[in-house]
Design a protein around this ligand. Sequence first.
Ligand code: IVH
Length: 682
Amino acid sequence: MTDAVNDIPPEVTDDVERLRSELRHHAYLYYHEARPEIGDAEYDDLFRQLQALEAQYPALESADSPTMRVGAPPQDKFETVEHVAPLLSLDSSEKSEDFVRFHDRVCRALGDGVTPRYILEPKLDGASIELVYEDGVLARAVTRGNGQQGEGVTENIRTIPTVPLRLRTDTRPAPRLLALRGEVMMYISDFADFNARLAEAGVEPYASPRNSAAGSIRQLDSRVTASRKLDVLVYDVLAVEGASFASDIAGVEAIREWGFRVPERIQTARTVDEVLEYHARYEGERDQLDYEIDGVVIKLDDLAARRAMGATSHHPRWAMALKFAPRQEVTVIEKIDIQVGRTGVLTPVAWLRPVVVGGVTVSRASLHNREELRRKDLREGDTVRIQRAGDVIPQVVEVIEHHDDRAEPFEMPGRCPVCDTEVYQDGPRTVCPNRFGCSAQLKGRIIHFGSRAALDIEGLGEETANLMVDRALVTRLAELFDVTPEQLMELDGFGEKSATALVQAIASKRTPDLNRFLIALGIPEVGVTVARTLAERFGSFGAIRSATAEELVAIDGIGPRMSEAITGFFADERNALAVDALLARGVEPTTVEVASLDLPELGTAVFTGAIPVPRVVAETAWRSVGGSTSGSVSKKTAFVVAGDKAGSKLAKAEKLGVEVLDFDQFLERLEGHGGSIDGGSA
Ligand code: IVH
């Protein structure tokens, strides 16, 4: 390559800068102020001039150029990225009394006669995101993840036109570092259009604007994200270096000036009445809004007072969400039938006359089990009240009307509706015992195997799993690894590309993380935490498989019931065959280094109550010096670290005579073993 920099005539550099600045200005007027000064054609013309110059002089390309929103090559996975400061959640309640109590606590914390000032905002129901700007330029965007770290989705966020690639500095300079928190939203009207297009294309629609927003920013190909209409509303300065604010309102004002959209109708209040009035007004107007909100957020405005109040490991003490009552609608149960899940449980399901509840069409609701059906006396043909709270599966609340010639009560069948095996009762549950012969259970196992917490196989959803089983491509779990692209191409909805992609996605999971593999097997009682514990303690799949019940109960966090479920699972010959079949196909779970034996075993710590750092930070610190941690207290617990408002775990520790430390004592002990807390809090 020639030395391009030296070949660039100065007037070209000027032109490029001018075009960029004009394009930014016009985009801002268009998206933020809805008062464009030029038409689309003129904008496109400027855009193309800039593109042409950048193509001619590649040395002038710059990541924050308006031409650089779309076009990054697809990724194969997202990077895990640490947040600049933890993205905490909010304490929330539907009851105004809880707000009154919150207010009292705030007043007490502020002390004599000081009236708090609150900032009030809508609680946006989208996908939380962290935006980080370095020297005014968008450096990265990260999903909320577990609050400490999330997925780097920068390329996707760049495609959203209302997110500045570079801060506006017309009215205030760019700080050295700026981390903001906001919400990615899909407007209800855009969501409706988008879902209609999906339906036309025969693709399963998204359940809600929130799911759709979250799904859109988790696309590995940013061109897909670019094709979705998204917005980002920013409501919080998470961290800033090189500027400072005394109040939240001042922060929001700065956010606005730096070129972001902020939520509508932000307001301040000083009294309980004002807050409740705001809540009531927003709730009343909720259905007229083109975006989903599920409550209002109330935050103490004064940032020094916030610091004084602090946070628990989950949420700040200076803020809370006052949620709206779940949305209810009335509809008719058209039919009740049975669904059989992966563990053989028969669940009665109500098919409803489709009804829109808060922007989402609901046509199905789980009726849970026999007892629930009987208690609510739900029958086909009944008019019922249903509700949807957040994205939780819709529930039938109650019958409000029925015909005189009402249908007979629904009876749970005596035989499995799928495989015709006689069912049995297990408490309120009705179960099909045909673990290995019932196609519904196989479908459920495949779906679970590929689900996010398990092997996370992209493209292996409910529909595909059903087809695979119905067409007998897969007659046992392990055969998933035998499926060929040619076979998939015979299924509805598969082309060469998608078929190859799925086969590759499955093959790429041949060396799964040990803990994920344990989850994927669907061992009863083994969820995310137990799987992790088992992996860390035993290190290899072989060791777990041959562990005895005694070895298992000796581990903190594993009780007799769990250890029996685990040994029972592996002892069952059919499970053993199913596992062997997977291993025979080259599936090889990773091995994990077992906590080194050179380190002293410092014993198991349990954290409870509100401690000053996120619990995971404290746990990780203790484990890093050779200790272990658990979520529950038992005789085997070495000590309990109790923060504010510690409850039953503290009581249990006292009862069992387990040592109790406060957080400072814990720090001393940790430091005594050469450890430290480096996570820090916000
Ligand atoms: S403030 C530490 N303000 O609600 C305070 N959160 O559980 C952090 N959310 O996932 C949040 N609208 O993404 C705040 N106006 C608003 C919000 C808001 C929506 C979300 C947030 C988080 C959840 C809180």
